[in-house]
Ligand binder design. Structure first.
Ligand code: G2I
Length: 460
């Protein structure tokens, strides 16, 4: 459902650009809409995704910068202008000028806006840094409410809370004045944001959450699963994905994306940059996103290397003089080659719903299950895809025989009986109904070695 909304937004962006071009006499700076497949935004839109960039208001009068921005991107994140120190420099006095410059630039050209960020331990104005306890909690909630209300209808997704987990192996929350107001500060912020702008997607955003085996990734994952189970309004998870040699693009990135997605949230790559701009890594990131139906967009953290917060690492897709780098070509090619996975939008090559059912009905009464395993020494994660046959499912059970020595330690998006030997997995409330030919996913983590798993599926 929500993915369809993104697709609609992407199409609207294209349509708006086209309409703007028709009114060319009025829109002097508008470039002709690029044919799909020749720019990052148009190619992503063809796959039902967006391709965005961080934008600094101070660069909007740089013609070389805006030429690339307007040509290539269909999503914009203000790099600093919506942060707390920018929008509420004095308590109760709100300042939206720089943010509005970016929002207006983007929206008048058919680009959407991601809001960044409503609640964060960093870039707090002095008055907030000095607050604590219930006064700070109230001030934070007021900030969330005021800013999200101000931009209601103009921001398609908010990073409601940013970087609330600690680095390292603890899996703990990051200590901060906000954290010290009580562990429920994050969910309180999400509830305030939902009340202020019910139409925006509400995201939790963090860095070093790309490697599925890292404690921080697992901690964020557990929080999101808990929020979904308890009905805390969260719609998406943002992976910043600032990659370099110390924090490399992980081989299990796709598992991370699909595991979050299987919780029933969208996944967005929100601040991508890669030291040295490895074309191979950039391509891998794009391919991974396209392989996960609910990975609905990628944002790079700046346009040219000279615009980057770490310019000396030359991590972006354009040189400082605005030329396309090899990584740009790799990204564009990956976007154009990508197939849209069938979970929400069957590719045109799959039979339309009116096609007669296959002569061999799916085994086990109407569904099939496939599994992908990410094994490391001593443990593994299995992601299981349940696909309905020619009729819709109301509920399902998957049976998986685990080899001896394998023990399930945690699971998501399915109820299980047994954690060793023959395990049975049934849908939870929100993923039992699966349309004909459609899929849903669940997963689990286990100790031991997976070997080759052969799940079977039955409709109930
Ligand atoms: O640090 C990289 C990013 C990590 N994730 C959250 C993002 O919000 C963060 O963005 C960066 C901006 O790219 C920088 O531009 O956040 C930094 C601050 O945490 C930004 O740097 C600040 C400088 O520290 C300030 O001195 C400067 O006044 O940018 C400000 C505006 O240019």
């Amino acid at each position: 459902m929500r993915n369809a909304k993104w697709k609609a937004a992407s199409r609207a962006a294209i349509a708006l650009t086209g309409a703007g071009a028709l009114a060319a006499g009025m829109a002097l700076v508008l470039t002709a809409p690029a044919a799909a497949g020749t720019t990052l935004g148009a190619s992503a839109a063809e796959k039902g995704r967006y391709f965005g960039t961080a934008v600094a208001a101070g660069r909007l009068n740089d013609g070389a910068y805006t030429t690339i921005l307007n040509r290539e991107f269909n999503m914009v994140t203000p790099e600093n202008e919506m942060k707390i120190d920018a929008t509420e420099p004095q308590q109760g006095q709100f300042s939206y000028g720089a943010a509005e410059q970016i929002v207006n630039h983007a929206r008048s050209r058919g680009m959407n806006v991601r809001g960044h960020t409503l609640a964060w331990h960093s870039q707090q104005p002095g008055w907030m840094q000095n607050m604590s306890g219930s006064a700070l909690r109230q001030a934070m909630l007021n900030h969330v409410t005021q800013v999200a209300t101000h931009f209601r209808g103009q921001v398609v997704a908010w990073d409601v809370v940013n970087e609330a987990f600690a680095d390292g192996s603890s899996g703990a929350r990051r200590d901060s004045n906000l954290q010290r107001t009580g562990n429920d500060w994050i969910e309180a912020a999400f509830r305030a944001a939902r009340a202020a702008d019910p139409g925006a997607k509400l995201c939790y955003n963090d860095y070093n959450t790309d490697d599925w085996t890292h404690a921080k990734t697992q901690a964020v994952y557990s929080m999101v699963r808990d929020f979904k189970q308890r009905g805390v309004p969260i719609d998406c998870v943002g992976l910043q994905s600032h990659f370099n040699n110390n924090s490399p693009y992980p081989g299990n990135y796709r598992t991370t994306l699909s595991s979050f997605a299987a919780l029933g949230v969208d996944v967005q790559i929100t601040e991508l940059d890669i030291e040295g701009a490895s074309a191979t890594w950039y391509r891998g990131v794009v391919e991974d996103c396209l392989a996960v139906a609910r990975c609905n967009g990628i944002t790079v953290w700046g346009i040219r290397d000279s615009d980057s917060w770490r310019a000396s690492q030359t991590p972006l897709l354009f040189t400082s003089s605005g030329a396309k780098k090899p990584a740009y070509d790799a990204v564009l090619t990956a976007l154009n080659n990508g197939t849209t996975p069938p979970t929400t939008t069957p590719p045109t090559t799959t039979p339309p719903p009116t096609t007669p059912p296959p002569t061999t009905p799916p085994a086990n009464g109407g569904c099939t299950a496939t599994v992908t395993v990410n094994q490391w020494t001593g443990g593994f994660v299995a992601n299981v895809r349940v696909t309905a046959g020619s009729s819709a499912l109301n509920s399902w059970t998957v049976t998986i025989a685990l080899p001896s020595g394998a023990t399930v330690t945690n699971a998501w998006s399915a109820d299980r009986s047994g954690n060793t030997g023959t395990t049975n997995w049934t849908n939870v409330a929100y993923n039992g109904q699966v349309g004909a030919g459609q899929s849903t996913e669940f997963g689990f983590q286990a100790n031991g070695t997976a070997g080759s798993l052969s799940p079977t599926c039955a409709a109930r």
